[in-house]
Design a binder for this molecule. Structure first.
Ligand SMILES: Cc1cc2nc3c(=O)[nH]c(=O)nc-3n(C[C@H](O)[C@H](O)[C@H](O)COP(=O)(O)OP(=O)(O)OC[C@H]3O[C@@H](n4cnc5c(N)ncnc54)[C@H](O)[C@@H]3O)c2cc1C
Length: 362
């Protein structure tokens, strides 16, 4: 039985590698550099803190992935000989007023209660924060801290996954644009823009924003939309920032990455100066020393968002051999997508229960 995964971003490749480890035969069909590709423009956080405040199943799923991440990274590094620079240091979210601190604490306490008390975090005063991060500026009132947060080099993750798929016997075809899917009773025919045809016994739609157009051909709603995020990176600096936050992290090479904005601007991945300026201003509010740092690169990329922002895991209601997978935190969820999701696709007894992530909620 051959599984075809459409989409070779971090979601498609994590799943493809997991399926290969489970003994499946896998072909990945991936588009080209002209496509919108969130996996090549993201912030690189493996993030738990605050995720799923209104959706405890998502909080649990995120944590299960974060808990698998160390083993997942070690295994990928050993197999591919690439350094992912994954670090689970714990992460902080900065607060700029007492009110913000109180609101953050209330949100995390409520989440802890929904999860039956098992949800580690602490609130750090400005003085406690300064002990951990001495360069913090006077505008920061305090922070929340979660020991389960971490970060990774997302481009090396992508590269490692692609190498791991190939080393495990999978095939990745690039510059393939799937134009049409013709579903049959037990197989689907996949037609590409260049006239090639592939036949899938099992098909996983992991085409990011491309699923908008392809998903309905397999009976999925595939209600994904783009959300733009802009990111900046400074020149390399001596290492001073051990803890990543949702807006600032020091990457393994030394640059400070600043981001990411959120804008509903459709399929537009161009940066704009106003957003760049506001990201830079935030960075120097947290670390005044960054006021003198040079920005060496900036970019915008499009998130793949479902209507409520949570993942969608859906087996086609019309075609039993087709699955749809999408999420807006594909870096964080990469370990779960590799280690747990294949069991769900293969219908194993120990598959995770993903029913609350179905499209039926829309
Ligand atoms: C600015 C920004 C910051 C982010 N920060 C984080 C973060 O810190 N942590 C985190 O966990 N997540 C983060 N994310 C989200 C994360 O990047 C995405 O969840 C993830 O990359 C989605 O991967 P994907 O494989 O679904 O989509 P993509 O990476 O978009 O991949 C889809 C693939 O499908 C292919 N494709 C599309 N259409 C077709 C077609 N017709 N035929 C063949 N192939 C096709 C494309 O070529 C592409 O390679 C961020 C995203 C952005 C934009």
């Amino acid at each position: 039985m051959r599984t075809i995964v459409i989409g070779g971003g971090v979601v498609g490749l994590s799943l493809a590698y997991g399926l290969l480890k489970a003994g499946q035969s896998v072909l990945v069909l991936d588009g080209s550099d002209g496509d919108f590709r969130a996996s090549r423009g993201n912030f690189g956080l493996v993030w738990v803190q605050g995720k799923g405040s209104n959706f405890p199943d998502y909080a649990r799923w995120t944590r299960s992935s974060a808990n698998l991440w160390s083993g997942f990274a070690k295994e990928l590094e050993a197999l591919t000989d690439l350094d992912l620079s994954y670090q689970k240091t714990g992460g902080v979210e900065y607060c700029f007023s007492e009110q913000e601190m109180q609101e953050r604490e209330a949100e995390l306490l409520a989440l802890r209660e929904k999860l039956g008390g098992d949800y580690p975090f602490e609130m750090l005063s400005a003085a406690q924060l300064k002990e951990r991060i001495p360069h913090i500026g006077p505008k920061v009132y305090g922070a929340s801290y979660c020991p389960e947060d971490g970060h990774v080099n997302p481009l090396f993750l992508l590269r490692a996954l692609s190498k791991a798929v190939r080393l495990s016997g999978g095939e990745i075809r690039t510059n393939i644009e799937v134009r049409e899917i013709r579903p049959g009773d037990n197989q689907a025919s996949i037609l590409t823009i260049s006239g090639e045809r592939f036949v899938a016994d099992r098909l996983v739609m992991a085409a990011g924003l491309g699923a908008q157009q392809l998903g309905p051909q397999l009976g999925f709603k595939a209600p994904v939309r783009p959300q733009q995020g802009q990111v900046l990176i400074t020149e390399k600096m001596p290492h001073f920032l051990k803890y990543p936050s949702g807006t600032l992290r020091q990457v393994n090479e030394g640059g400070i990455q600043i981001g990411a904005s959120k804008a509903e601007v459709g399929l537009d991945d161009h940066e704009d100066v106003l957003t760049t300026a506001s990201l830079a201003a935030h960075a120097s509010d947290v670390f005044p020393m960054l006021g003198n740092a040079k920005i060496v690169r900036s970019w915008a990329a499009l998130r793949v968002m479902s209507p409520d922002g949570y993942p969608i895991y859906q087996r086609s209601p019309k075609h039993h051999y087709a699955w749809f997978v999408t999420c807006h935190s594909g870096i964080t969820l990469a370990a779960a997508h590799c280690e747990l999701l294949p069991r769900w696709i293969m219908g194993k007894n120990d598959a995770p229960d993903l029913s609350s992530f179905s499209e039926a909620r829309f």
